[in-house]
Design a binder for this molecule. Sequence first.
Ligand code: ATP
Ligand code: MG
Length: 297
Amino acid sequence: MNVLSTRDLHKQYGRITAVHKLNLNIAEGTVFGLLGPNGSGKTTTLGMILGVTRPTSGEFLWFGERAHHSQRKQVGAILEKPNFYPTFSAYKNLQLACKIKDVGEYRIAEVLEQVDLAERQHDPFRTYSLGMKQRLAIASALLADPRVLILDEPTNGLDPKGIAEIRQLIIDIAETGKTIILASHLLDEVQKVCSEFAILRRGKLIHNGRVDANFGREAIIQVGSENIPLLERVITEFPGYISHLKLKDTLEVKCETGTRASDVNAFLFNASITATHISTIKKNLEKQFMEIVSNHE
Ligand SMILES: Nc1ncnc2c1ncn2[C@@H]1O[C@H](COP(=O)(O)OP(=O)(O)OP(=O)(O)O)[C@@H](O)[C@H]1O
Ligand SMILES: [Mg+2]
């Protein structure tokens, strides 16, 4: 079942097309990454599906229906920097949020436990680290036990430890069966956390698919040799050969999916070529991302 479908969802700000006729379908249980560089329309998209930004045209359906009030509790979100009272504790801030959202206060202990803030729950918000503040925001978004959680750049500004904590938290929340929609400009983040993703570029959807189907598909094997010209001639005969790149004293050989360094080694051995070095390198993810993006220039 699709949790969210958008149909030609479009947002125009004067001459700027922030989001261009976007069609997305997000299935229940997916961790969906909305990936794109700064200004590509991610926040605008999230704003529209949350009813904060009015679309210029097009529509979106939550759970197969046009947006209506009773869906509100089903969708928890963190869009902008959350507004918490600095002098109030996490507990007190969540108490207020419960009143606003009409949620029973028994949920406070549950969500604080979930985001690992129980220990600090009575300290004032202003004394929290950035990572703790972000975790409190996620706790607040989870109060009404929504089916969908929407996060806009959830790790912005955090240090590596804080980033890892938030990513783990997102993965843990996904395991409880919730659908997560996450906007990020970090390919690495989308790859680590999401099961599906879409790439936006200047408001247009340029790619949509499963994370694992798109990245690291081809194997890149690095082969060193003292006789590069010979190696360069012979390697093209390798059965899984696609292409190669000549570096100073190594070749980077692009091979078909599933090719292992040992396959190349055995092939070269049979051809009486001694490799000084042979290893599999993971294709730089950013590079693949840039390839997808630049194919749409
Ligand atoms: N209120 C607004 N008025 C005018 N233009 C806007 C407004 N909000 C967004 N835009 C423009 O729409 C485009 C998309 O912006 P948006 O914030 O959705 O991008 P984003 O992908 O979230 O970027 P970032 O990664 O920087 O958060 C940009 O060109 C932006 O300048
Ligand atoms: Mg944004």
